[in-house]
Design a protein around this ligand. Structure first.
Ligand SMILES: Nc1ncnc2c1ncn2[C@@H]1O[C@H](COP(=O)(O)OP(=O)(O)OP(=O)(O)O)[C@@H](O)[C@H]1O
Ligand SMILES: [Mg+2]
Length: 343
C-alpha cells in the first residue's frame, strides 16, 4: 500500500474519516470483534447498528485508541491508531470519556474546567459553558452539583463537554439509549448540527429508527462481524417492504374494504383482514393515495391508518437468520415496535 506523508493533522477533505481493516479483539475465547472492516467518508453520520454484546463499544474503543486491536489496522483521517495515537486523539472526541468529571462541582464549573484544559481563556470558557448549557436545555440546572443530575441530563452534559473542542470526528456510543422522546429528539438535532458544522459522526445504536433518522450509511454488526453495510434504504430494501394497516369504522364495511385494498394495491395473497383491521404489504407507496380515494368513493370511513416499517428484530432475522434476542435477552425490551408510524 502506498503511504502518503502528511505534515499536519488537518482532516483531508473528501477523504476517509475512518478506514478499518480486519479489526479483531478477543477476550479469552470470546472473539468480541471478529474481523471488522469499516470505511467512513468525511462529513457524514455513520451508524453502527447492533444488539447488546455485538461488539460496538469494542470497535469504538479500538478506533479511539483506547484499546489495542489484536489484529487488523485502523486509520483516522489517514493516521494509524496504533502508531500515531497522539495525532488521532487530537482529531477525535468520544462521549463517555468525561466520566471522571467532578461530582461535587456544578455543570458550569465542569464545562469551564474542560474549556480551560483545552486552552480557552477564562471569559471565553464561561461564555462557551453558558452557550452549551443553553443549547442542551441545562441552563436551569447549571449551578447544581452533578451528583444531583438525572441520567438524561448527565448524557447531555457529556455531549456538551465533547463539543467544546468540536473535533473533526466524534464517536457517540449509544447517545440516546434510555432518554425520553423529547430529549432524544434534541440529541438528534444536536448530532445533525455537528455534521452541518463540519464534523463527521460515528454513532452506535440499537434503534433502527435512530439509524433511519440520522445515518447516511450504516453497518449492521452481529457477533463481532459486519453483516450488512449500506444506506438505510439499501438495508430496508433487503429486508422487505413496509406493511399498511387499516381499521374501518364500521365492521359491516370489512368485506368491501378488503376487496378495495386487494384491487387497488393488487395484492391478493398477503392480505389479512380480521377484527376490523386489514394488513397488506405496501410495495408501491404511491398507490396508497389511490387506495384512500377509492375507499372514500366507496363510502368506507376509516378509524385508523398506519404504515409499519420492518423492526430491528425483522432486519436481524433476515440478515443473520436469528433475532436480536439470541444475542442478549436484555435487549428485547428496547426493541419492541420501534417503527410504528401513524400517518
Ligand atoms: N473488558 C472486557 N472483558 C471481557 N469481555 C469483554 C470486555 N469488553 C467487552 N467484552 C465482551 O465483548 C463482547 C462485545 O462487547 P461490546 O461491549 O463491544 O458490545 P456492544 O455491542 O457495545 O454491546 P451493548 O449494546 O450492550 O453496549 C461482549 O460479549 C462482551 O461481553
Ligand atoms: Mg456498547
Amino acid at each position: 500500500m502506498k503511504h502518503v506523508q502528511r505534515t499536519n493533522t488537518a482532516p483531508v477533505k473528501g477523504g476517509l474519516a475512518i478506514e478499518a481493516q480486519g479489526l479483531v479483539k478477543t477476550y479469552g475465547d470470546n472473539r468480541a470483534v471478529n474481523g471488522v472492516n469499516l470505511n467512513v467518508g468525511t462529513g457524514m453520520i455513520y451508524g453502527v447498528l447492533g444488539p447488546n454484546g455485538a461488539g460496538k463499544t469494542t470497535v469504538i474503543r479500538m478506533l479511539a485508541t483506547l484499546l489495542r486491536p489484536d489484529a487488523g489496522s485502523a486509520r483516522i483521517f489517514g493516521h494509524d491508531v496504533v502508531k500515531e495515537p497522539q495525532i488521532v486523539r487530537q482529531l477525535i472526541g468520544v462521549t463517555g470519556q468525561y466520566a471522571s468529571v467532578d461530582e461535587s462541582l456544578s455543570a458550569t464549573e465542569n464545562l469551564v474546567i474542560f474549556s480551560r484544559l483545552l486552552g480557552l481563556g477564562r471569559a471565553e470558557s464561561r461564555l462557551k459553558a453558558a452557550e452549551l448549557l443553553e443549547e442542551f436545555g441545562l441552563t436551569e440546572a447549571a449551578k447544581r452539583p452533578l451528583k444531583n443530575f438525572s441520567g438524561g441530563m448527565r448524557r447531555r452534559l457529556d455531549l456538551a463537554a465533547s463539543l467544546i473542542a468540536q473535533p473533526p470526528l466524534i464517536f457517540l456510543d449509544e447517545p440516546t439509549t434510555g432518554l425520553d422522546p423529547r430529549t432524544r429528539n434534541q440529541m438528534w438535532d444536536t448530532i445533525r448540527r455537528l455534521v452541518k458544522t463540519g464534523s463527521t459522526v460515528l454513532l452506535t445504536t440499537q434503534y433502527l429508527e435512530e439509524a433511519d433518522q440520522l445515518a447516511d450509511r450504516i453497518a449492521v454488526i452481529d457477533h463481532g462481524r459486519v453483516v450488512a453495510e449500506g444506506t438505510v434504504d439499501d438495508l430496508k430494501a433487503s429486508v422487505g417492504t413496509s406493511s399498511l394497516h387499516l381499521r374501518v369504522q364500521n365492521r359491516q364495511d370489512m368485506e368491501n374494504a378488503r376487496q378495495t385494498v386487494e384491487q387497488v394495491l393488487n395484492v391478493k395473497s398477503n392480505i389479512s383482514a380480521e377484527a376490523g383491521r386489514i394488513t397488506a404489504p405496501m410495495g408501491d407507496v404511491d398507490r396508497v393515495t389511490d387506495l384512500l380515494i377509492a375507499l372514500r368513493e366507496a363510502g368506507i370511513p376509516l378509524s385508523e391508518m398506519s404504515v409499519q416499517k420492518p423492526t430491528l428484530d425483522e432486519v436481524f432475522l433476515t440478515l443473520t437468520g436469528h433475532g436480536v434476542k439470541d444475542n442478549d435477552s436484555m435487549a428485547s425490551d428496547k426493541l419492541n415496535n420501534v417503527e410504528g408510524v401513524i400517518l
